[in-house]
Design a protein around this ligand. Structure first.
Ligand SMILES: C[S@@+](CC[C@H](N)C(=O)[O-])C[C@H]1O[C@@H](n2cnc3c(N)ncnc32)[C@H](O)[C@@H]1O
Length: 322
């Protein structure tokens, strides 16, 4: 695919000459006790959010990180895993692997807890992962999959699904846009490589993830990211891009479809101690319960005047029920 060559060209240049503004992380950099991130690694932070969450990292997981950049999130993951080869990075760009290796060597000098052997790097592609089936607990990608056209995106998701163990999770951060990108932008290989024109609407992204087989999908954060404006780009109207953080879990898909948590909450405020919907959900009086979108819809359809259902906050932080 021609555009994939362009992507590799762009990231070869970004490895040789760090470009601070190339991507734009919408979250503050993790500040953790004893963690010191080398300056060059910070300059090569080419993500659009964060994929490192302590709550995904219990039970000594093996972590896969696809599209390594300068290695900052590899270092952050290894802060939690701290064992040899527990974080595996995959990237097709040799110059990126070299720059990342140098940054990790530098990190070893400034972090007494860190050994560069915690991280193993492979030259390879998200579209053909050099890893065995069912071998990974947590897979992460930050600001890479949006670059892919739909065929390759599906392939990349399938590859992640293949290498994840049962109940393993994909944690991702990517741009999305509720406005459909005009074809000419979509097909501009340079803009795609810069993570500016491959953004999908959130609903479409979720549909693709669940079509691969992920049974639980959590929308953990959604933040304003960029504006493509009609002065700088050949478009009629400005396009608003947001960055999203999603966790997709390799659970069995229930017969009525994947459980998608978009941050909806149900609260029962009637005259009883609790409300039981006889479908697995007990709402204690005036206690918030995070619910998936299917459950929110089912509760809404009861038309009760003592059950409140919030809208999607796009900030789901675990807990609740499907
Ligand atoms: C936008 S950067 C993101 C880097 C890193 N995730 C971060 O947050 O800083 C995209 C990364 O994906 C890599 N990449 C490009 N094509 C890839 C592919 N087909 N498979 C895996 N990684 C790829 C690039 O070399 C680069 O390291």
């Amino acid at each position: 695919m021609k555009y994939l060559e362009k992507v590799e060209e762009v990231y070869k240049e970004a490895a040789l000459n760090p470009q601070k503004g190339l991507c734009c992380t919408t979250t503050p950099i993790w500040q953790l006790p004893g963690l010191s991130i080398p300056t060059k690694m910070l300059e090569m932070n080419y993500g659009c959010g964060s994929t490192v969450h302590p709550r995904d990292l219990s039970n000594n997981p093996t972590v896969l990180y696809v599209g390594i950049g300068g290695g900052m999130e590899l270092l952050q993951f290894s802060y939690f895993t701290r064992k040899i080869s527990s974080v595996i990075g995959v990237d097709p760009v040799q110059e990126m692997i070299t720059a990342c290796t140098q940054n990790l060597n530098e990190a070893e000098k400034h972090n007494d807890w860190f050994k560069k052997d915690f991280i193993k790097l492979y030259k390879g592609s998200a579209l053909d992962l050099p890893l065995n089936d069912n071998s990974i607990d947590v897979a992460a990608q930050n600001c890479l999959f949006n670059i892919f056209h739909e065929n390759e995106l599906v392939l990349a998701l399938k590859e992640i699904y293949r290498v994840l163990k049962a109940h393993g999770r994909l944690v991702l951060s990517d741009p999305i846009s509720e406005v459909e990108m005009p074809e000419k932008l979509k097909n501009d290989a340079n803009l795609r490589a810069l993570c500016l024109s491959g953004a999908l609407p959130l609903k479409k992204y979720i549909e693709l993830i669940s079509s691969i087989g992920f049974g639980t999908i959590e929308i953990r954060a959604k933040r304003p990211y960029r504006i493509l404006d009609n002065l700088h780009y050949d478009i009629d109207e400005n396009i608003f891009i947001e960055s999203i953080e999603i966790c997709a879990i390799k659970d069995q898909i229930p017969t009525d479809g994947a459980c998608v948590f978009t941050g909806k909450t149900a609260i029962y405020y009637g005259s009883e101690e609790l409300f039981d919907d006889n479908n697995g959900h007990m709402l204690l009086n005036n206690q918030p319960l995070a619910v998936c979108d299917k459950t929110a819809k089912a509760l809404e359809s009861l038309n009760r005047n003592d059950v409140f259902i919030s809208g999607s906050t796009f900030f789901y932080d675990g807990g609740g029920c499907c």
